[in-house]
Design a protein around this ligand. Structure first.
Ligand code: SAH
Ligand code: SF4
Ligand code: F3S
Length: 464
């Protein structure tokens, strides 16, 4: 399958910039906006781009959705509950719109990109003014311009799956911690997953564009860069660029901390492990979703690795980087999963001993292969399984935390404790949240600490 991207032309990007300027001059443009984001980091970064564009239209951001002139929902559809939560919140605004007719409501992101969804929104949600998909996020200015000048609802979902729009402004949530999307889409077609259908073909950005972006973030004070992609290990597929090469180049730039997600176990090469082990700025954390510990289920999921090859990768990375923090994703209740097959997931979690794991109950997604499989698992059985799995994960987490007591870590401080205002917290290089005494001025700085104790999901520490 060709991974060749098509770049949005300069002329089109200029047309969008022009629309941003024209909106800024419109007397009836919204004054304030609020974006509600669901889903993964990639969506969070898309929201930063949406905010970047809206700010350039002269609007200001507000954190109160009940006081915004424009509310944009950037949605996720990875599981049914993600979708229902988003739609529930959209409907909730319907009442507000009755009281405040100037309110504009927009819906975008993965949910809208699903086939038939735009028509459904038009029909079932007449109070939604604007809807667009993931492939045409960069066209927000022209869509909004049409909405404001022609006074009609605007729905636009592009089917072109290989586009990359470079040069969009992004309003980052924090200067010290920045996301960079290095690749878009996914070609893996795991049988349960909707992402390839709503994010399009896998396509990688040019390394030079990524390095330029990283360089300007570094100049702006970035302490940490998180590289994003559904399967970052296959970055550059179909070109002569590769993920290890990109990591090496970023490491040389001197960004204090580099993280990335998500890594697909089938593509975790020895070369990548070697770059992680030898790089000076690459965090000792790897998110390596396993999904299941049973080979039949893994095959039915189309994951293209086995329990054994996954454990082999875990052993290889632990050999090279003994203090690596491993995290994972697991799905319980995949169609026809038996108790015995589920037990294989439990035993895999026991064997690996993760720092943390995200556990999900399988949710059938329309259009994916697994949605039509016989043997869907009853909710009560899946509920019991996830409970047991979480207990097992927690035992592993507690053991890792116990082992960390007395060790040194470097924490990038992200927030001040709401409770007493004298505690700060952030993540160590291994990815675990660590809390210690500090003040507002520590936010955005990397501070060396010694771990003193473990409390629930966090570690406590003292400054060195
Ligand atoms: N690209 C990443 C994950 C993207 S989605 C990867 O390959 O691992 C994040 C997680 O959501 C997945 O790892 C999976 O555990 C979960 N997930 C995806 N589709 C799901 C579904 N239909 N039901 C339940 N969980 C799902
Ligand atoms: Fe979904 Fe699989 Fe692609 Fe991850 S690798 S986004 S789980 S299809
Ligand atoms: Fe959700 Fe789309 Fe991310 S479906 S998990 S927001 S790629």
């Amino acid at each position: 399958m060709s991974n060749r991207p098509e770049y949005v032309s300069e002329a089109e990007m200029n047309r969008q910039e022009d629309a941003r300027e024209r909106i800024a001059a419109l007397p009836n443009r919204p004054e304030t906006f609020h974006i509600v984001t669901y889903g993964c980091q990639m969506n969070a970064h898309d929201s930063e781009k949406l905010a970047g564009m809206l700010l350039q239209m002269g609007m200001t951001e507000t954190d109160d959705r009940t006081h915004a002139d424009l509310v944009l929902f950037n949605t996720c559809c990875i599981r049914d509950n993600a979708e229902r939560r988003a739609l529930g919140n959209v409907i909730w605004l319907k009442q507000l719109k009755k009281e405040y007719p100037k309110l504009m409501i927009g819906v975008c992101g993965c949910m809208v990109q699903q086939p038939g969804m735009a028509e459904r929104i038009l029909k079932q949600y007449p109070f939604v003014d604007l809807a667009f998909g993931t492939h045409n996020l960069h066209t927000l200015p022209t869509l909004l311009y049409t909405l404001l000048t022609q006074n009609k609802r605007v729905v636009s979902v592009s089917a072109q799956e290989n586009l990359i729009a470079e040069g969009l402004p992004a309003h980052r949530l924090a200067e010290y911690k920045a996301y960079i999307t290095i690749m878009y889409g996914c070609n893996n077609y795991c049988s349960y997953c909707i992402v390839p259908y709503v994010r399009g073909r896998e396509r990688s950005r040019r390394m030079a564009d990524i390095l330029n972006e990283a360089e300007s973030l570094l100049k702006g004070g970035a302490q940490e860069i998180m590289l994003l992609g559904q399967n970052v290990n296959s970055y550059g597929n179909g070109t002569d660029e590769s993920f290890p090469e990109l990591l090496r180049a970023l490491d040389r730039l001197g960004v204090p901390r580099i993280r990335f997600m998500t890594s697909h176990p089938k593509d975790l090469s020895d070369e990548l492990i070697n770059v992680m082990a030898t790089g000076s700025h690459i965090c000792n954390h790897l998110h390596l979703p396993v999904q299941s510990g049973n080979n039949e289920i893994l095959a039915a999921m189309n994951r293209r690795y086995t329990r054994e090859s996954y454990l082999d990768r875990v052993a290889a990375i632990r050999k090279s980087i003994p203090n690596i923090g491993l995290t994972t994703d697991l799905i319980v209740g995949f169609p026809r999963e038996t108790d015995a097959q589920f037990e294989d997931s439990v035993s895999l979690v026991e064997t690996v001993g993760y720092d943390a794991a995200f556990t999900f109950i399988y949710s059938p997604r329309k259009g994916t292969r697994a949605a039509d499989l016989p043997g869907q698992i009853p909710a009560d059985v899946a509920g019991e399984r996830i409970g047991r799995l979480i207990e097992t994960v927690d035992v592993g987490t507690a053991a890792v935390h116990q082992m960390m007591i007395g060790q040194s870590e470097n924490v990038l401080v992200e927030s001040l404790s709401k409770r007493d205002g004298r505690q700060v917290s952030g993540k160590g290089t291994r990815g675990i949240t660590i809390t210690f005494e500090g003040s507002e001025k520590d936010i955005g700085r990397i501070i060396p600490v010694t771990i003193t104790s473990s409390a629930a999901n966090t570690l406590r520490a003292v400054r060195k």
